[in-house]
Design a protein around this ligand. Structure first.
Ligand SMILES: CCC/C=C/C(=O)SCCNC(=O)CCNC(=O)[C@H](O)C(C)(C)COP(=O)([O-])OP(=O)([O-])OC[C@H]1O[C@@H](n2cnc3c(N)ncnc32)[C@H](O)[C@@H]1OP(=O)([O-])[O-]
Ligand SMILES: Cc1cc2nc3c(=O)[nH]c(=O)nc-3n(C[C@H](O)[C@H](O)[C@H](O)COP(=O)(O)OP(=O)(O)OC[C@H]3O[C@@H](n4cnc5c(N)ncnc54)[C@H](O)[C@@H]3O)c2cc1C
Length: 664
């Protein structure tokens, strides 16, 4: 096999000084999980019906969708068989096992919303009777989650779809009063789903009770025809997500039984009595869940992007470092390492944070189940800023990987544009970046107020009390000093934003105006808090790893340290403003950063091999395991339909007449 592997990659793999298999098990969670993943991959990827004859990129929008549905159904079929045969567990925790679809579907599974939001929303928001009815086998429902409207996505309280209770018939009447009230964006809504969870304003006896969730049948279960009173369709091509079948729906006096309101929390009784939820923010529970998952999603997409970037950079030779020597592998240019290694580190950081958030989420959800809502605000604040920063960083990192691949990275066959499209969407969906940072800022400002007044703060921000008006001290102890420095930055930025609000209020402005005028500072405080959290958790979780061989421990600590020093340098202005850091300390951090790039360099290919993403899932001409980059580029180019004819018809139809006309 090694005869067919690019010689540079062979040499790189020989240089790797840690046990790649061991790191693969760590990333998967355990040796058993790796074995299960591989077994599932072998089985799924060998299914003939899941393979494509024509590259997806040459299909039309409609053909792409139809092909994705064909494969999506087959994939579901295969997964069910695996679950029935106990080969795969139906596990909802963040995991790599379920990523095979990224290879098979190239973009997004058109059934994603059914499994990702429709079912979880029923599980989390419906009462037990409703769950028994809607989750049973034979319910015939393929669902989605319709919240966003043409006019509103962010401001949920401003949604316009109405659900008005009719006591005579014991029904709700659904209406989209204006064009802007149409639901717009839900995945799978176009032509896949026959049902949807819909968020709408509840009206009873002329009184509005705010937004609630309803389960609504959209299409006939047998014929799939849209039901009378429903106007449904697909929204058209996008930057990415082109197989997601995002759709629109409008309602015109459409009736559903009263019992189709999801009633685990708030309820409407037969006589129209409204029973309030213990906490109306529980309606937002599905978003919370997905925000937690996004950290792991980004970690995975980054692993894909950087696997492509690093392998290609090992294979690619360009320019000479020293005259008279052969052309260098571009991976040997330190600027190239600077472009790429932060993506390896960030992927590990977001994986570790994803697991940490998942534990926090399940703990808090269990407490909420027991009626204790105390930790919900903290969970919301954590999930918002971490979702925002991980997705935003993810996009920047994927773009760096694309740039690291020069011109060839611009080809769709490199799959870097595809990965970019997937990650870019996550910056916006499930709560837009700025909006989520501002949610965390609300929490931080409240906490700061608490710290001023000597209140005990929740664990994740307890440090604010210590840093209240203080600066961090020693910079001898790198990289821990960076975490301390970032605490001072968080405290300093919250104080700056807080003081800004106060100062506007003191000048007679409303609090809301003062908030808006201070919002650039508020988002900066929130971003700093997320950055501190990622550094703190990534470093401490990596340091406390046990049962790890020395070399794997060393390489993981190098990555964690790289992450910390990279961000210390990126945020050196903030550290200079709010901590005791000096120019000399920053110079030291810069030197350590460059030293770390050099230490990681020999293991770079080993590190991306340890993400263990099979070629069929990576889908890249530039990143395959064997490094046959140029052969694959030409093989893919040969598949262009334009290469079928030696002379394209346009020559005779347009070019020749044009040449004659203009005497060219
Ligand atoms: C695969 C892709 C699939 C994609 C699917 C989608 O995109 S689906 C579509 C995805 N769409 C989106 O993601 C839409 C994004 N928009 C939203 O989530 C909301 O409209 C909002 C949170 C921005 C504002 O909501 P609002 O106007 O109702 O609230 P407010 O700002 O007035 O704050 C009041 C209080 O509520 C608190 N609180 C808020 N949320 C939560 C929570 N989840 N938990 C707990 N608490 C929460 C908040 O902290 C504040 O507390 P405080 O300070 O008073 O103690
Ligand atoms: C690929 C994809 C899939 C999606 N899937 C679904 C789905 O399945 N179901 C569903 O219901 N929705 C879905 N959505 C919709 C998505 O959740 C929303 O687009 C998202 O929540 C952002 O809302 P918006 O589009 O209204 O943005 P807007 O809120 O209009 O944002 C526009 C700009 O205004 C700014 N802004 C808005 N409010 C504030 C504020 N209060 N303070 C400061 N700045 C503000 C934003 O920062 C942004 O820069 C999907 C979207 C995408 C892109």
């Amino acid at each position: 096999m090694s005869a067919n592997i690019n010689k540079d990659l062979v040499r790189e793999r020989e240089k790797c000084n840690f046990d790649i298999q061991e790191l693969i098990h760590i990333i998967d969670g355990s040796k058993e999980k790796t074995l299960m993943r591989k077994k599932v991959e072998d089985l799924v990827l060998s299914v003939e019906d899941l393979k494509d004859e024509i590259p997806e990129d040459y299909l039309s929008h409609k053909e792409k969708f139809e092909n994705a549905v064909r494969k999506g159904c087959k994939l579901f079929d295969v997964y069910l068989e695996l679950i029935d045969n106990n080969i795969q567990k139906a596990d909802r925790s963040p995991s790599n096992i379920y990523r095979i679809h990224e290879g098979i579907l190239k973009q997004v599974n058109p059934f994603l919303l059914h499994f990702g939001l429709f079912i979880p929303t029923i599980v989390n928001q419906a009462n037990s009777e409703q769950q028994a009815k809607w989750l049973r086998k034979g319910s015939k429902m393929i669902g989605t989650y319709s919240q966003t409207e043409l006019g509103h996505g962010t401001f949920l309280r401003g949604l316009e779809t109405t659900a008005t209770f009719d006591p005579e018939t014991d029904e709700f009447i659904l209406n989209s009063p204006k064009l802007t009230s149409y639901k717009f964006w839900p995945g799978g809504l176009g032509h896949i789903s026959n049902a949807s969870i819909v968020m709408a304003q509840l009206h009873i006896n002329g009184k509005s009770h705010g937004i609630h969730l309803f389960l609504i049948q959209i299409r006939d279960f047998e014929t799939h025809e849209p039901l009378p009173g429903i106007k449904v369709g697909e929204i058209g091509p996008k930057l990415g997500f082109n197989t997601a079948n995002n759709g629109f729906v409008g309602f015109n006096n459409y009736r559903i039984p009263r019992t189709n309101m999801l009633m685990k929390n708030a309820q409407v009784l037969r006589d129209g009595t409204y029973i309030k939820s213990k906490n109306d923010k529980l309606t937002y529970g599905s978003m919370l869940l997905i925000r937690v998952h996004i950290l792991t999603d980004v970690a995975y997409e980054l692993a894909r992007a950087v696997t492509i970037g690093v392998r290609y950079s090992a294979v690619r030779h360009q320019s000479v470092l020293k005259e008279g020597e052969p052309e260098s592998q571009v991976l040997d240019y330190v600027t190239q390492q600077h472009k790429l290694f932060i993506s390896i580190a960030s992927s590990h950081a977001f994986r570790v944070l994803g697991q940490w958030m998942w534990k926090t989420y399940t703990k808090v959800m269990a407490e909420i189940g027991d009626g204790n809502m105390d930790q919900l605000p903290e969970l919301h604040a954590l999930s918002c800023c971490l979702k925002a920063v991980s997705s935003y960083d993810g996009v920047q990192c994927v773009e760096r990987c694309r740039l690291a691949c020069g011109g060839h990275g611009y080809l769709l066959s490199s799959n870097l544009p595809g990965v970019y499209g997937i990650v870019a969407a996550s910056v916006t969906y499930e709560g837009e970046y700025t909006v989520l940072l501002l949610q965390t800022a609300r929490y931080l400002v409240k906490a700061w107020n608490g710290a001023i007044n000597g209140k005990t703060l929740p664990s994740s921000i307890a440090f604010l009390s210590d840093n209240f008006n203080q600066k961090s001290s020693s910079w001898d102890n790198l990289p821990e000093a960076i975490i301390e420095g970032f605490k001072a930055v968080v405290a300093g930025k919250i104080k700056t934003a807080f003081d800004s609000i106060q100062s506007h209020v003191n000048k007679g402005r409303d609090f809301e105006d003062a908030w808006n005028l201070s919002s650039v500072k508020l988002t900066a405080a929130s971003e700093a808090y997320a950055r501190f959290l990622i550094c703190d958790v990534f470093w401490s979780e990596t340091k406390k790893m046990t049962n790890v061989s020395k070399n794997v421990a060393v390489v993981l600590l190098q990555l964690a340290e790289l992450y910390l020093v990279y961000w210390a340098l990126e945020k050196s202005g903030d550290l200079l403003m709010y901590s005791t850091i000096s120019k000399k300390n920053i110079d030291n951090i810069q030197s350590r950063y460059e030293e770390l790039l050099g230490l990681i360099r020999p293991n770079a290919v080993g590190l991306v091999d340890a993400f263990d993403i099979r070629d069929e899932i990576l889908c890249s001409t530039l990143g395959s395991y064997d490094g046959r980059v140029y052969e694959r580029l030409m093989e893919e180019a040969a598949k262009s339909p334009l290469n079928k004819d030696k002379v394209n018809d346009t020559f005779h139809k347009y070019i020749k007449p044009f040449m004659i006309k203009h005497k060219l």
